[in-house]
Design a protein around this ligand. Structure first.
Ligand SMILES: [Ca+2]
Ligand SMILES: [Ca+2]
Length: 269
């Protein structure tokens, strides 16, 4: 009976936690609905320059991701429709991973435009070598010392009223979710857009300097809130919860077994 009650309580708590975390997030893509090597453009509303699905270098065929490979020619943009209405604040979440800490020039953000180059991004994040830069009137370095072969979680909180955005990162040396800033300034100005126009596309943009692999996965949007929750259940958390549940079940069995011994001793002693 105790075990049943505990199991019910734990499952209820887990469902509540999962429900809370996932309440406002909308999955834009986790790249699981493709085959490895497939071009995403032309599918699931993706358009623009070709980008291909790959196996997660961290976990092989356990997970599929978008591979950002070297580009030929000049600026290349790949887009997917979203909406953050004028006057609203929304949040973009994604994970990225670098195959190397040199030879990357990758931009991720949202835009008011139907087709864009880097200058058309509102929240304009640039990953170059081992750094992250935010466009805030000009380029500002907001994170250094990024590691290769490390997944980073990123949150862009995008204020499409005041035309500003904030960026949070977690992963590597950033052991907890960290608000990034430049000399104490964490409010970055939109590069394009003034808060009177809807943001209509997510954009992944590369320049000719993109020569080493980078990877993107688990792109989520909360179109109407500043949302700093992690939309992905942490594998570590899931394992700990599972172990905890197993421990409680084992405890329940031990109690029943122990109780029987105690009763037996009681009867004969
Ligand atoms: Ca995935
Ligand atoms: Ca600023």
């Amino acid at each position: 009976m105790l075990r049943t009650c505990l199991t019910t309580l734990i499952c209820g708590a887990l469902a509540l936690m999962a429900g809370t975390a996932a309440a406002s997030w909308m999955l834009l893509d986790n790249f699981e609905d493709y085959t490895v090597g497939q071009d995403i453009v032309g599918q699931n509303s993706w358009s623009g320059y070709e980008r291909y699905v790959a196996s997660d270098p961290a976990s092989g065929n356990q997970n599929q991701v978008l591979r950002i490979a070297s580009v030929s020619g000049s600026t290349r943009s790949t887009l997917k429709p979203i909406t953050i209405s004028a006057g609203d604040t929304g949040t973009l979440f994604f994970r990225f991973r670098l195959g190397a800490t040199s030879g990357n020039d990758l931009f991720v953000g949202t835009t008011t435009l139907g087709y864009t180059e880097t200058a058309g991004l509102a929240d304009c994040l640039r990953q170059v070598s081992a750094e992250l830069r935010a466009h805030d009137g000009s380029w500002k370095t907001v994170a250094t010392g990024l590691s290769a072969d490390q997944w980073y979680n990123v949150w862009h909180v995008i204020d499409n009223d005041n035309a500003t955005w904030r960026m949070y990162i977690e992963g590597g040396n950033y052991t907890t979710q960290t608000l990034l800033d430049s000399s104490g300034d964490s409010d970055f100005a939109f590069r394009t857009g003034d808060g009177t126009v809807d943001l209509i596309n997510l954009a992944v943009v590369t320049l000719v300097g993109q020569n080493n692999n980078a990877y993107i996965d688990d792109i989520y949007l909360d179109a109407t809130e500043a949302n700093l929750l992690n939309p992905i259940p942490e594998p570590g958390t899931a394992v700990m919860l599972a172990l905890g549940l197993l421990g409680l079940l084992a405890f329940g069995r031990w109690r029943r077994f122990g109780g029987r011994i105690w009763r037996t001793r009681g009867r004969h002693g």
